[in-house]
Unconditional design. Structure first.
Ligand code: ADP
Ligand code: ZN
Length: 619
């Protein structure tokens, strides 16, 4: 079979995506390769297809057990014999798997890096034809990166133990130039072909909301996006627990995940999410490694993460199926403070003080870059791409900032009166008293405290108390004021030198949407091709998929992706040939599930004589 035939037969796709074919061709002419491709670009196929075409076995080294299991399940479901060997198997099971492998039962074997050094695995490898060693998440080999895994260093030893050298292919989604060099050197790649596929993920819509009302935002968002799968990341376990409690109490089907929970609870909740039993999971950054649920429609960051690398990776868990998805970051000044505090209190054992200092500096720089992302009025996508070293020409017209008109108003004069007022309070009162005083409110409490006798009393009469409140928060964000952390927090003066010498201004930023975000973001959604009836059919097919998933104890997205179901609604196939024409339906999948989906479609079409797709209409 040719690679195109394999793509169709096993994976059900008609054509390769950008970059995939070149990588496969390189491997097939026996070259080492290093491929850097963003999440969701389709790395797996790049080694799975050659694995089927090469004479011997391909060993895939992967750091994440859950990912391994998922991949192997998906491969077997597609009719490709594969196995994994990791710590979840007993010694007996490993022996059995290896003995089947020697007999040529599997074309692809996933293995945890720790296994490579074990005696029985080496014995097996030396006595079998290993055509290729694939290193997934190859950046784990670099000590420069955040995810360094010492066990990855064993890979080279393993390769060198083999009687002849197999092709070595390395894949990663994140690699700065240092990490890239590291992978090539440490893995001892031989004149590799290096492929770098841009970082841009066109289907992701980026948005930053500068808000102090995060919970309200989340609830409103969830109301508008019912039934959609989403991840909400929080900075701390406490945040997770609180938000989870609140949403669960309001009756939303949510799950939570953080490192403070028992392994059992974590696994259950993770599965609930993967199997679409709950649509939303609230989690710390402990969640997500190895999750390749493809139909995550949104990732909301409840707090700002510590670096652009983390953000890109976490937000990137949205839209792996290539469908439109939203990545929203809720920003408040408090996030910066929390993060600074977390960095300051971070201790690394056994490290020289000078190294420690370097790491701190680097962390603070990363944090600053992240904060700038939250504050920029420029195109958010370009900001991200530029950070990862790509040059960009024009704004993307597909992010929150591109859809907003920002307006900046100079409030420096008002700010000076706020400072005067806080000085007059001698730092004894909170925000409410200060805003009331400046506005000139007629309240008994103000008279009681004698703030009505202040020089600043009523000086900002032309602003509403809400506006004064916003301005005060901006000044807190700028560091001119700060709030104490006691129960009754009071307002105090911060560093105001830049205001005094006139080198800085206090600016309040407002904006107008050029077009409602939801309309714009949803514009290119595949489901928009469907009419209301088409959408109903889509829901029926989803239900059928869920039923099958339960029968087979398999995540729904492994059976068919949302994209494939939508394509079914658009094409409404009525026989095997037509069904095989649907994106994502391979021969094996058809034999397993095809008829049931055909039946469901027929049932729906017969009982509803309606137009299902706008696209066909237009043709
Ligand atoms: P990565 O490992 O790069 O994050 P995956 O290998 O998991 O990405 O692929 C992401 C999704 O894209 C999967 O659902 C996969 O089936 C799909 N995919 C990969 N290649 C193609 C293709 N040529 N056409 C359509 N879909 C594809
Ligand atoms: Zn943009």
């Amino acid at each position: 079979m040719t690679q195109n035939e394999i793509l169709k037969q096993y994976f059900g796709y008609d054509s390769f995506r950008k970059g995939q074919e070149e990588i496969i061709n390189s491997i097939l002419v026996q070259r080492d390769i290093l491929a850097i491709m963003p999440t969701g670009a389709g790395k797996s196929i790049c080694y799975q297809i050659p694995a089927l075409m090469l004479p011997g076995i391909t060993i895939v080294v992967s750091p994440l057990i859950s990912l391994m299991q998922d991949q192997v399940r998906a491969l077997n479901d597609a009719g490709i014999h594969a196995a994994y060997i990791n710590s979840t198997l007993s010694e007996g099971q490993i022996k059995k798997a290896l003995s089947l492998a020697v007999k040529g039962q599997y074309k692809i074997i996933y293995v945890a890096p720790e296994r490579l050094g074990s005696w029985d695995f080496l014995e097996f490898a030396k006595n079998t034809k290993i055509s290729m060693v694939t290193v997934d998440e190859a950046h784990c080999i670099s000590q420069w990166g955040q995810d360094f895994r010492p066990s990855y260093l064993k890979i080279v030893d393993f390769i060198e133990e083999l009687p002849y050298r197999p092709i070595v292919s390395a894949f990663t989604a994140t690699a700065t130039s240092e990490v890239k060099d590291d992978i090539q050197c440490v893995l001892k790649l031989q004149h590799p072909d290096v492929f770098v596929r841009g970082f841009d993920r066109e289907n992701l819509y980026y948005q930053v909301e500068n808000t102090r009302h995060k919970t309200e935002f989340v609830i409103d968002y969830m109301e508008k996006h019912k039934n959609e799968s989403g991840i909400i990341y929080c900075a701390t376990r406490k945040n997770v627990d609180e938000l989870y409690g609140l949403l669960a109490q309001k009756g939303y089907a949510v799950a939570k995940y953080h490192a403070g929970m028992s392994t059992e609870d974590r696994n259950t909740n993770q599965e609930d999410f993967i199997y679409d039993r709950v649509s939303v999971i609230i989690a710390t950054n402990a969640f997500g490694m190895g999750i390749d649920k493809s139909n995550v429609r949104y990732v909301i960051h409840y707090n700002m993460p510590q670096s652009m690398e983390s953000y890109y990776q976490e937000a990137g868990r949205a839209g792996r199926d290539g469908e439109t998805a939203q990545c929203i970051l809720l920003f408040s000044m408090q996030d910066v403070m929390i993060n600074k505090h977390l960095l300051e209190s971070k201790t690394v054992v056994e490290m020289e003080a000078s190294d420690m200092e370097l790491i701190k500096q680097r962390d603070h720089k990363r944090l600053q870059i992240m904060e700038n992302y939250c504050r920029t009025t420029e195109c958010l996508r370009n900001y991200i791409l530029n950070y990862f070293g790509e040059t960009t020409a024009k704004p993307c017209d597909n992010c929150g900032n591109c859809h907003r008109e920002y307006l900046e108003i100079d409030h420096t004069e008002h700010a000076k009166w706020i400072i005067n007022c806080v000085v007059e309070t001698k730092g004894r009162y909170g925000i409410k008293i200060v805003t009331g005083t400046l506005h000139g409110a007629n309240r008994a409490r103000l008279k009681e405290l004698h703030t009505t006798e202040y020089k600043s009393y009523g000086k900002l009469h032309d602003m509403s108390e809400t506006e004064i409140d916003s301005l005060i928060h901006q000044m807190i964000a700028d560091g001119y004021l700060y709030q104490t952390q006691e129960k009754y927090s009071v307002l105090k003066i911060g560093d105001i030198s830049a205001l005094k010498d006139g080198s800085k201004k206090v600016v309040l930023r407002t904006y107008q949407e050029k077009e409602p975000i939801d309309r714009k973001a949803r514009k290119q959604r595949k489901t928009d091709k469907l009419t209301k009836a088409g959408f109903e059919l889509f829901e029926c097919l989803r239900q059928l998929r869920l039923t099958i998933a339960r029968e087979e104890a398999m995540p729904p997205y492994i059976i068919f992706s949302d994209k494939t179901l939508i394509d079914m609604c658009v094409k409404t196939p009525s026989n095997r040939d037509e069904m095989m024409n649907v994106n994502g339906v391979g021969a094996n999948k058809f034999d397993k599930y095809g008829q049931r989906f055909l039946d469901e479609i027929e049932k729906y079409v017969n009982s509803n004589n309606v137009v299902l797709s706008l696209e066909l209409d237009a043709e």
